[in-house]
Design a binder for this molecule. Sequence first.
Ligand code: T4K
Length: 365
Amino acid sequence: MSREEPVLVTKSTMPPLQEVVKLLEGVWERAYLTNNGPLLQQFERLIAARNGVADAVAVANGTLAIELLLEAFDIKGEVITTPFTFPATATAICRAGAEPVFVDIDPETWNIDPQAVERAITPNTTAILGVHVFGRPCDVRRLERIAKTNHLRLIYDAAHANFVRTQGKSIFEWGDASSVSFHATKLFHTSEGGACFSPDPEIRAKIRRLRNFGYGANARLTEVGTNAKMMEFAAAVGIVNLRRVDSVIESRRRLYRLYKERLAGIDSLAFQKIDGDETNFGYFPVVFPSEEILLRVIQELNQKNIFPRRYFWPLLSDMTPFAEASSSSLAVAKTVSSRIVCLPFYPDMGEDVVGEICDTIRQFV
Ligand code: T4K
């Protein structure tokens, strides 16, 4: 039997409208909508504090956040990265005037494989761009060692990893710098938005100039920047969403456990390897034993008006702009990408829907 409302892979958490309106009243009184406004500055303080870091530079979206990081470090040459990610990771490298070099992923974490990174280093390599895919931290210590030994920059696309901590530190404290996405589909959002993090205050100051056309002090351009500013509207949504983020994560944790319980005992399914509590419960990805079974499950769910999503497929290395970008084997990335799907996962999703999805999966595996 099909339901009237489709169940999509996610549904934005909507902040209470009255609380947003309250903040917007201030925007109306000030008639100040953007350009480093008071809500933007408040949001930056709050999101940094919630992640336990000194500072955050909020920007218009997570894609521009990666682009600004690469620009801030003047990254050119070859950048080693993963093909198992959203296009923004690799398009940012190209738009910086550098070249993405894809290497394989780890079969359990689905993050960039440090051994493959080491093998791909050439005299032209300048940086490693890791992605904490689905919020699962990369092997940050090994990547740090490799970057140090080879004098490479280590930058993270942490689009999915807001609030995650690993080995006693915020995920944003690893590497030279990190970006995050606050897109509407993320567990925490500002509608559109993102931020850059770096332990280096000079890099943070440079990104603040770059997001504002390249203006330094006294209305003088100091570098060639862009417009990547976050508006007051987005900051208002972020401030209000932040008030409830703990209960959002708690609801996600509950649903995550429910999925795991209901799918327990199906040995042919594989889940992402998570260490302890090093996750923000942002996604619920599952790897099926074959693409054929995956497609049959998706078809059956679609008939029930349920729409899981094949993140991340096709693999970036199989898409036209990146067809030349890898020389090494991407065997693990290829097999994971062809068999993975993210199941619908958001706080107000009914437990009955989780049950229906899991029962459907059981019929096929
Ligand atoms: N790096 C990585 C590793 C990323 O995954 C991303 C983005 C980025 C960088 C770049 O960050 P941003 O520049 O986007 O900040 C979505 C998101 O648009 C994208 O942010 C995200 N990753 C990617 C994994 O997923 P689509 O193409 O799946 O979006 P869409 O519009 O199909 O939405 C998916 C579902 O979400 C819909 O079926 C319903 C729901 N939804 C969507 C929107 C737009 C809502 O409930 N409310 C909404 O407003 O890319």
